[in-house]
Every structure is written in C-alpha cells, then in structure tokens.
Design a protein around this ligand. Structure first.
Ligand code: HEM
Ligand SMILES: *[C@@H]1O[C@H](CO)[C@@H](O)[C@H](O)[C@H]1NC(C)=O
Ligand SMILES: *[C@@H]1O[C@H](CO)[C@@H](O)[C@H](O)[C@H]1NC(C)=O
Ligand SMILES: *[C@@H]1O[C@H](CO)[C@@H](O)[C@H](O)[C@H]1NC(C)=O
Ligand SMILES: *[C@@H]1O[C@H](CO)[C@@H](O)[C@H](O)[C@H]1NC(C)=O
Length: 332
C-alpha cells in the first residue's frame, strides 16, 4: 500500500505538535503520582514490563519474589526513588551492601534488562528506575496469581543513596512487633498495612541463619513438628547451613493466603512473621485470622497497601532525575 502524502503529513504534523505539547505532560504537579504518566510519552512502557516479568517468572518464579521485595527495600529508605539500585561508586556508598540487602536482595540484572529495553522501545530515557520497580512488583504479583491494581507513576530517581538509612529503616527479622510497627508508622503506614504488606511473604524464601534462633528457642511459640522439620536443614551451629533456604510459606510461587494460615498455626518462619500472630486476641491477630480465611480480601487489600507503600516520599517534577542506567547517576 502506498503511503499517501496526507498520511505522511498527518504523521509529521502529529510529531510536530507532540513535540510542543507532550513535554507539558512531563510537567506534573509536584508530589503527585498518576496511573497515566506514561500513556502519551511511552505507551509501550507498561506492556513491555508486563511481558518481560511474566516471561521471567515462568522460567524462574523466585524472580517475582525478588522484585516485590526490591520495591519494598527501595521505598523504606528515603522513599521510592530507585536508590536501592545504585552501585557503590567513588562518591556513593550504595544500599546493596546494607545488612538487610547484602547477598540477600536480587533482581538487579533483570531490572537492567527492563531498563535497557525501555530505553529502546520508548526511543530514549523516559521511564524512571523507581517506576520500573513499582510496576515490576505489581506484575510479579499478578504473574504469580494475585489481583492486579493500578500503579501510580511519575517517580523520579535519586542521585544519592544511604547505606546507613537502609540499615536503620528496613525492619529486621528478629525484631518485635513494636519495633516493626514503629518502622511502618514512620512512613505513615498503619498496622493493617503492615499485616497486608507482610503478606508478600506468601512468596519466596529465607536463609537458615535468619530463622535459626527462632527454631532452636525453647520458649518461642512455634509448632513443634514445624520446628523439627526445619532443624533437619538448618543445623544449630552458627556457620553450618547458614544459607540453606526455606520457603516463607508452603507455596512460595503462589500469591495466596498460605502465609497467614502458617501464622495462625504458629508456623511463621521468621520471628518477625510470628510477631503478627501471638494468639493474644489482639487487633493484629484478628487481621491475620481474617486474611488467612479470605484470600480475596487479602489480595484486594494487598494492592491498595502496595499503592500506599509506593507513594512514600516520591521525587517528582524537577526533583532528582531519570537515570539512563539504574546502577549509576547520570553525572557522577
Ligand atoms: C514487616 C517486616 C519485614 C521483615 C522483618 C522482613 C524480612 C525478610 C527477610 C529476613 C527475608 C529473607 C531474606 C534472606 O533470606 O536473605 C525476607 C524475604 C522476603 N520479603 Fe520480607 N520482610 C518484611 C516485610 C516485607 C514486605 C513489606 C515485603 C513486600 C511488600 C516483603 C517481601 C519479601 C519477599 C517477597 C521475600 C522473599 C524474597 C526471595 O525469595 O528472594 N517483606 N523478608
Ligand atoms: C557484603 O558481603 C560480602 C560477602 O559476600 C562481604 O565480603 C562484605 O564485607 C559485605 N559487606 C558489608 C558492608 O557488610
Ligand atoms: C498520613 O496519613 C493520614 C491518614 O491516612 C493522612 O491524612 C496524612 O496526610 C498522611 N501524611 C502523609 C505525610 O502522607
Ligand atoms: C526466645 O523466645 C522468647 C519468647 O518469645 C523471647 O523472649 C526471647 O527473646 C527469644 N530468644 C531468642 C534468642 O530469640
Ligand atoms: C538525596 O538527595 C535528595 C534530593 O534529590 C535530598 O533531598 C536528600 O537529602 C539526599 N539524601 C542524602 C542522604 O544525601
């Protein structure tokens, strides 16, 4: 089919007008995220991430767990600004080697692949690394059987990182409820958000060294059969089997309510998990019980809680930058 001069003119005209009008679409009100941020500047962005995540999860389900966790570890450290993705450099002490992250978080190479692909399909550096984390987390949840939700977009990337803040702001698996709650409240997240977001532990695994104290603690509230099964692969001696993995619930590649069911049976893997259900009839216990019985309420609520977590102190408008490469700032 011949291309008519009218069509050609139409295309050129559209391109010309777009060049004038579209930059205005970049200029969002400070502090406001919106689900439509990339609709005009790169309509292929979200479908591209979705296909890449769905494909990756088919081959390696744990990548989905990694991506959900990465977004959490990004947001809890000075907001959802892609800071967790920065490598160490002469001017930056990155967050990757902070205690909760070192040899523990993953998915960086896959984020690089997404970013490089988007730089091509968007004809340039358009999608922020912080937004990629938010979308990839949602797409992982969906690929593993959870409900979808609209991700708010328009975050920009930090030009710095803070290992110290990663060490102090990300909750520890040996913390008690009061400490964990305080870390969530510091980001304006409620007890219900804590219970819902912890439901991410329906996915993935934890290392023996992070639950050893719990399974060998004579006075801990833990199901006896569950503890002895874990002892078989997680020996008591520090240094032996430290990195052996155990799944956080019985179905680590399915986004279901299995995690809450484990808690109500005193089969929480981490001390911090079981802190959400102590059998004391507290409000938090009640929430865990509710989600253990109603997978639909969990997966609906989870999406809404992820949107609240994803809204922690974003950089917007002219703040920060859109990194060309998620590992380094644009002008080091
Ligand atoms: C509430 C306090 C939390 C604590 C103390 C905590 C702690 C941990 C620990 C210790 C691990 C295992 C790490 C390892 O073995 O190296 C883990 C895994 C994981 N966490 Fe959390 N977490 C918390 C909340 C969350 C939240 C809010 C999310 C996401 C919304 C999340 C997502 C995940 C996922 C998906 C995994 C499995 C990762 C994998 O298999 O690679 N966690 N968490
Ligand atoms: C991170 O882990 C490596 C071992 O893989 C270790 O050599 C390094 O000291 C750790 N970094 C920090 C800051 O603890
Ligand atoms: C914290 O949450 C409350 C109630 O949900 C809300 O009114 C307030 O604006 C939030 N503050 C921040 C800083 O997000
Ligand atoms: C063992 O469990 C008890 C009761 O939950 C707790 O008070 C104590 O701190 C635990 N000890 C260790 C080493 O985790
Ligand atoms: C990082 O940069 C932001 C601005 O982009 C600034 O507000 C913040 O204070 C900086 N944080 C650190 C730890 O230097």
């Amino acid at each position: 089919m011949a291309i008519s001069s009218n069509m050609l003119f139409g295309t050129l005209y559209f391109t010309f007008i777009s060049a004038i009008i579209l930059p205005a679409a970049h200029h969002h009100v400070q502090g406001k995220l919106t689900p439509n941020f990339y609709d005009e500047v790169c309509p292929q962005a979200l479908p591209t991430i979705q296909v890449m995540v769905a494909t990756a999860v088919t081959f390696k389900p744990r990548i989905g767990a990694s991506l959900v966790r990465l977004h959490f570890h990004d947001c809890f450290v000075n907001g959802c600004d892609g800071s967790v993705l920065l490598d160490d450099s002469p001017t930056i002490v990155g967050e990757k080697t902070a205690g909760p992250n070192n040899n523990s978080v993953g998915g960086f190479d896959f984020i690089d692949e997404i970013k490089a692909t988007l730089n091509v399909v968007c004809f340039g550096n358009v999608v922020s690394c912080a937004d990629i984390l938010a979308v990839a987390a949602r797409d992982s949840v969906v690929a593993l059987g959870g409900n979808s939700y609209d991700v708010l977009l328009g975050r920009r990337d930090s030009t710095n990182a803070s290992r110290d803040d990663a060490n102090s702001n990300i909750p520890s698996p040996v913390s008690d409820l009061s400490d964990i709650l305080a870390k969530f409240e510091a980001h304006n997240l409620s007890a219900e958000d804590l219970v819902l977001l912890s439901g991410a532990h329906t996915l993935g695994y934890a290392k023996c060294k992070l639950f050893r104290d719990r399974i060998y603690n004579e006075t801990a509230t833990i199901d006896a059969d569950f503890a002895s099964a874990l002892k078989a692969k997680c020996p008591k001696a520090v240094g032996s089997g430290d990195d052996e993995l155990s799944s956080l619930d019985e179905t680590p590649a399915a986004f279901d309510s299995g995690y809450y069911q484990m808690l109500t049976r005193n089969k929480g893997l981490l001390h911090s998990d079981q802190q959400l259900f102590k059998g004391d009839g507290s409000e938090i216990d009640g929430l865990v019980k509710r989600y253990s019985e109603d997978a639909g309420a969990f997966t609906e609520g989870f999406g809404a809680a992820m949107v609240r977590m994803g809204s922690i102190s974003p950089l917007t408008g002219d703040e920060g930058e859109i990194r060309e490469n998620c590992r380094v700032v644009n002008r080091p």
